[in-house]
Design a protein around this ligand. Structure first.
Ligand code: C2O
Length: 556
């Protein structure tokens, strides 16, 4: 196994998109940031220096961080952020995960521009579980604002309203030629006739699940969130923010130019969203001229050829989403916990709170007059600590930073997806964690609520992969629904898209001690409190305990 050392300098960089330039926070001046490529079993050492005027942390999304929770990155959960001028070195080993993950800033909305791909290939000398593709291309789907994203979220916090939606989606940082001033920078993905390309698709958008498709080409899904899947073919992918999907695409169509396109899946009702379409171009290249044995005379495709546009599902096509996620299976029988020690039930949804008295009516732009938006799990609206991280407080025994009374089930049982009574709309703010004993077998039912609006929530758990054993619509019914659990070959993921007006059930073994954020990966919802922390205690002995904190752990 190798050790890969990298330096990340986080700094303001002028970036021009949609005819406008503004200073974006980038890593090493790149947007998106650098792609990291490693093999399973390798160690990453990344020194992050903060030259921006914001606090910064980097999260290695999906990396299990076995016993190295100090390197996980969410601000005030595992470390305090790097202040402007500070630096911190993240060290961790990637073990037993193969495929595509990514990294992103985990403070405020900085991840709008601070993100990049993390590619994990099989151990040196070991094959993929599918024929080796000729090429591999990371496809990072993102969102772009004409304004500084930090100003967008600050404005929303000030008024209590929903933040402005993005002005464009992007593929590898480029909006594509359906937007103004974007044609000459549109991302081109080359392919040769007959050859296969592994697309590593990542949804790095802040707030929007996205459909993704390629005109006239089939996509063979082989993995997601750095776990392999039983391959299946599809025309359209759907990815919630945070999720990744690896697909094989073969150059089996007449040489030409074909659009790859992504656009919103929007499940919330009466909510504004960016309904534009981002594109890249899959472009057939002429075969290798130096190959004497080639009898093909095919020419390269002229770059003036108008690309073929694929159809995309309607923005509210929940059926397309359901049938896609139903196709996910692990490649073989897996070890899902069958006995459960901790059976938890967490509601995920929005809420409202009253505006403070000193708030003028103009500033109160929540869903109902005199209110602000909020969100919760089990009626607790998560509030981050602001001077020390939960993991530090836990490890060093600092009192008063958080409590461990996050409820294992909702305080009241109600018709979650029905017409919800207003009295349930106001969550209680708190910094509450839920404790798990080392080694316990855990099940969590994640239940969407229709408070304010039902919505598809991409729920991400740090430090773990989990099996998604079932999902469905309406209220979860333990009697009826437990019988339908897939305990044979469910997919292993780190982010589950909880269906709109529905539920999903995940299972895992709590074998990684630390403080692990469980949250909605729509950034607007994290800010509103749709999160909690699972505090997994040390087991017996060194191998079941978190490592001591690194000496340069920032104390901003
Ligand atoms: Cu991808 Cu808590 O994040």
């Amino acid at each position: 196994a190798k050790i890969h050392e990298h330096e990340f300098v986080v700094e303001a960089t002028p970036v021009k998109r949609l005819c406008k330039t503004h200073n974006s926070i980038t890593v090493n001046g790149q947007y998106p940031g650098p792609t990291l490529e490693i093999n399973n079993g390798d160690t990453l050492v990344v020194k992050v220096t903060n030259k921006a005027r914001y606090n910064v942390t980097i999260h290695w999304h999906g990396v299990r961080q076995m016993r190295t929770g100090w390197a996980d990155g969410p601000e005030f959960v595992t470390s305090v952020p790097d202040c402007p001028g500070g630096s911190y070195t993240y060290r961790f080993t990637v073990q037993g995960q193969e495929g595509t993950l990514w990294w992103h800033a985990h403070s405020s909305w900085l991840r709008a521009t601070v993100y990049g791909a993390l590619i994990i290939r099989p151990r040196e000398g070991e094959p993929y579980p599918f024929p080796k593709p000729k090429r591999e291309t990371p496809i990072l789907l993102g969102e772009w604002w004409d304004a500084n994203p930090i100003d967008v979220v600050r404005q929303a916090t000030r008024t209590g309203g929903a933040p402005n939606v993005s002005d464009a989606y992007t593929i590898n940082g480029q909006p594509g030629d359906l937007y103004k001033c974007s044609s000459k920078d549109t991302t081109i993905v080359p392919i040769h006739a007959g050859e296969t390309n592994l697309l590593r698709v990542i949804n790095a958008a802040l707030n929007q699940p996205l459909f993704f498709t390629v005109a006239n080409h089939k996509l063979t899904v082989v993995g997601a969130d750095a776990s392999y899947l039983k391959p299946f073919t599809t025309k359209v992918l759907i990815l919630g923010p945070g999720q990744t999907t690896d697909v094989l695409i073969t150059g089996d169509q007449p040489p030409s130019r074909y659009y790859m396109a992504a656009r919103a899946y929007q499940s919330a009702q009466n909510a504004a969203f960016d309904n534009t379409t981002t594109t890249a171009i899959l472009e057939y290249k002429s075969p290798n001229h130096h190959n004497k044995h080639s009898h093909h005379r095919a020419k390269g495709v002229k770059n003036k050829t108008k690309p073929i546009m694929p159809p995309l599902p309607a923005y509210n096509d929940t059926n397309a989403v359901t049938s896609f996620s139903k196709s996910f299976r692990s490649p073989r029988k897996v070890e899902v916990p069958t006995e459960i020690d901790q059976s938890l039930f967490f509601t995920v949804g929005l809420g409202i709170k009253k505006c403070p008295k000193n708030f003028g009516p103009k500033r109160c732009q929540g869903p109902i007059n005199g209110t602000r938006f909020t969100a919760s799990m089990n009626n607790v609206s998560f509030v981050l600590p602001n001077n020390v991280s939960i993991l530090q407080a836990h490890h060093l025994g600092i009192p008063g930073v958080f409590t461990t009374d996050f409820p294992g089930k909702p305080p009241v049982k109600f018709d979650y997806t029905g017409n919800v009574s207003r009295s349930l709309w106001q969550p209680v703010p708190g910094t509450k964690a839920h404790k798990l004993e080392f080694g316990s077998r855990v099940q969590i039912v994640l239940q969407d609520t229709s408070i304010v609006t039902p919505e598809n929530h991409p729920i991400h758990l740090h430090g773990y992969d989990f099996y998604i054993v079932a999902e469905g619509f309406g209220n979860f019914d333990p009697k009826k629904d437990t019988a339908k659990f897939n305990l044979v070959d469910p997919p292993l993921r780190n982010t589950v898209a909880v269906p709109v007006n529905g539920w999903a059930v995940i299972r895992f073994v709590a074998d990684n001690p630390g403080a692990w954020l469980l949250h909605c990966h729509l950034d607007v919802h994290i800010g509103w409190g749709l999160a909690t922390v699972l505090l997994v205690e040390n087991g017996v002995g060194k191998l079941q305990s978190i490592e001591p904190p690194p000496v340069d752990l920032p104390l901003c």
